[in-house]
Each structure stands twice: as structure tokens, then as C-alpha cells.
Design a protein around this ligand. Structure first.
Ligand SMILES: Cc1ncc(COP(=O)(O)O)c(C=O)c1O
Length: 315
């Protein structure tokens, strides 16, 4: 979906007009992918707009910066407040949030350390990521011919812009071959994740998801889904998943800020279970979406409400 090109963007402490939020072509991040970012969402609830897991997203952003030897000029609290102010300034009831810490303009050696650490926060309206029907009907996906990065190459625990060169290859290949998304394996051949989402497999009533060591991003939705599954009484394990488990699973679903909880109805044209959203996927979806829309109580304090006027956020 194309941008509307309006609204304001927070850049190094100042809200600037969308069209003025530009950086120099010689900025380090453009050439070497030396940025770290987040993707979070604001939901409209009966009690007002609320940001889902703001604290967790900013804390992962700062962890990604630390792994990349970037000292953030802003603290966790300052960044949380900046996100709230940007959402307020743009007046969206529901939207997507993209904070970014990146190496800016100074020199263009590969070493980023001489370059400044700049920070920006964008917000925009972004609907369902894998199509309007995806949440209910599910998506057809393939196992990618591209692997996720090997251990000790690109740090998968960091949400680094450069890592998304790999994600783009996975996604382009899938779409070119007529699939909604690709599932990448790690370099040992175990299931890792989708190009922009984590994955769960259901078999015989229990849920399984790859461990952090399978080259995955430590997804915040993944963590919430494990909690919801436990709250509903399902057993969840984090373990290596062989590729063929995808073909014999009763249910498979993707989780992430963009896809929320999206059922997978086929992998490599092999039907998953009955080929439609399974009952456990549906139960978890219902509780998860019900919690973030305010239908169920927010027992784990996942929502940060955005006051309509400029004021401190409440959790
Ligand atoms: C590669 C990758 N894996 C998993 C996820 C899911 O993470 P989260 O649930 O924190 O959005 C994302 C999205 O940020 C991602 O880009």
C-alpha cells in the first residue's frame, strides 16, 4: 500500500513534515544497512488507542542497537514518550509504528563508528499484511530456497536493516512463484521463520515453535502467543522443527506484528491439516485479538494507552 505522503515524522527529537523527513545519500545506513528498527502497532480499543507492547519493542530496539555498537542518544523512557507523541501528532486511532536508529552522514568507510547515531519514528496506516482474507482463510506458502543466516554471521537477535536483504530474497522468490510468503530454514535445515514473521506448528494438540538458536528474530508476538497458549491450557515447546513436520502438522500459523496471527493452509502445495484455519489457531487468534481490541481484559499489561492530548502514556 503506497504512503499518503502526509503527516509528521519524529527525527532526532523534532517532528518534521513527511516530505521534509529526508537524509543525505551519503548516509552510512543507505550503503551498508547500518540501522536497527522496530515495527509496532496501535490498536483502537473502547478505552482509546493503545500501543501493543511498546516497552518490549523499545527494549528490543535498544538491544539491537547494542549488538551493533550503537549508543542510542535517547533512553527507553524517552523513546517510549517520543513514540506516543508521534502517534498523537498524527491523530491515528490505529496505525503501524516504525522507530529506526541508524548511522547517518559523516564518512563512507565500512566502519560505522565515525558516523552519527540518528533516530527517527514514522507512523502510518497499514492494513492486513498478507491480504484481507488471510486471518480467516489462511495463506499458501513455500519453503524458501534461501536459508536464514548461519550462526555468527548476521546476528538474528538484532532487528538490523541489513538482515532484511535476506528477508527480501525469501519474499521475492515466494511471490514470484505464486505464494503469499516463504518459510526459511536455518543452515542446519531446521525450520526458522518467515521473511517477516515467526512460525508455530500444531501437532496432536501441542504447539511447537523454533528456538532462538534457529536464526529467528525473537518475536514479541511469538512471546505473547506462547503466553496466550499457556493461558488457554495448551502445551508449548521451543524446539528444532524438521522441514517435513510442516507437511504433517495439524495446523501451522505465522505470528508477528504485521501478520498478527495468520493461518497457513498449505506448504509447497501440500495441504496443512484440513486446508483451513484449525481450531487451536482459531482459539489463540480469538484470545489474542480479543485482548488487543479490548474485548478481553489486558491481564498481562500489554497495552499502553495514548492520551488524546499531549500527556504521559498510561499502562
Ligand atoms: C524476520 C522477522 N521475524 C519475526 C518477526 C515477528 O516479530 P514481532 O512479533 O516482534 O513483530 C518479524 C517482525 O518484526 C520479523 O521481521
Amino acid at each position: 500500500m503506497a504512503f499518503s505522503g502526509t503527516g509528521t515524522i519524529w527525527m532526532n527529537g523534532t517532528l518534521v513534515e513527511w516530505k521534509d523527513a529526508t537524509i543525505h545519500i551519503a548516509s552510512h545506513v543507505i550503503h551498508y544497512g547500518s540501522g536497527v528498527f522496530e515495527g509496532a502497532r496501535v490498536y483502537s480499543t473502547p478505552k482509546g488507542s493503545a500501543i501493543l507492547r511498546l516497552d518490549a519493542h523499545i527494549s528490543r530496539l535498544l538491544a539491537s542497537a547494542k549488538i551493533n555498537r550503537m549508543d542510542s542518544p535517547y533512553t527507553q523512557q524517552q523513546l517510549e514518550q517520543a513514540v506516543v507523541s508521534t502517534v498523537q501528532a498524527n491523530g491515528f486511532k490505529a496505525c503501524y509504528i516504525r522507530p529506526l536508529i541508524y548511522r547517518g552522514y559523516n564518512t563512507l568507510g565500512v566502519n560505522p563508528l565515525p558516523c552519527p547515531v540518528d533516530v527517527a519514528i514514522m507512523v502510518w496506516e497499514w492494513g492486513t499484511y498478507l491480504g484481507a482474507d488471510a486471518l480467516e482463510k489462511g495463506v499458501d506458502v513455500c519453503v524458501s530456497s534461501w536459508n536464514r543466516m548461519a550462526p555468527n554471521t548476521f546476528p538474528s537477535l538484532a532487528k538490523t536493516t541489513g538482515n532484511y536483504a535476506n528477508a527480501s530474497l525469501i519474499r521475492m522468490e515466494a511471490e514470484t512463484n505464486g505464494y503469499a510468503e516463504g518459510i526459511a530454514l536455518d543452515t542446519f535445515g531446521y525450520v526458522s521463520e518467515g521473511s517477516g514473521e515467526n512460525i508455530f506448528v500444531v501437532r496432536n494438540g501441542a504447539l511447537h515453535t523454533p528456538p532462538l538458536s534457529a536464526s529467528i528474530l525473537p518475536g514479541i508476538t511469538r512471546e505473547m502467543v506462547m503466553q496466550v497458549a499457556q493461558d488457554l491450557g495448551y502445551r508449548v515447546t521451543q524446539e528444532n522443527i524438521p522441514r517435513e513436520m510442516l507437511y504433517i502438522a495439524d495446523e501451522v500459523f505465522f505470528v508477528g506484528t504485521a501478520v498478527e496471527i495468520t493461518p497457513v493452509r498449505s506448504v509447497d502445495r501440500i495441504k496443512v491439516g484440513t486446508g483451513r484455519r484449525g481450531p487451536i489457531t482459531e482459539a489463540i487468534q480469538r484470545r489474542f485479538l480479543g485482548t488487543i481490541s479490548g474485548e478481553f481484559p489486558d491481564t498481562h499489561a500489554w497495552l499502553t494507552y495514548v492520551p488524546e492530548s499531549v500527556a504521559a502514556p498510561t499502562r
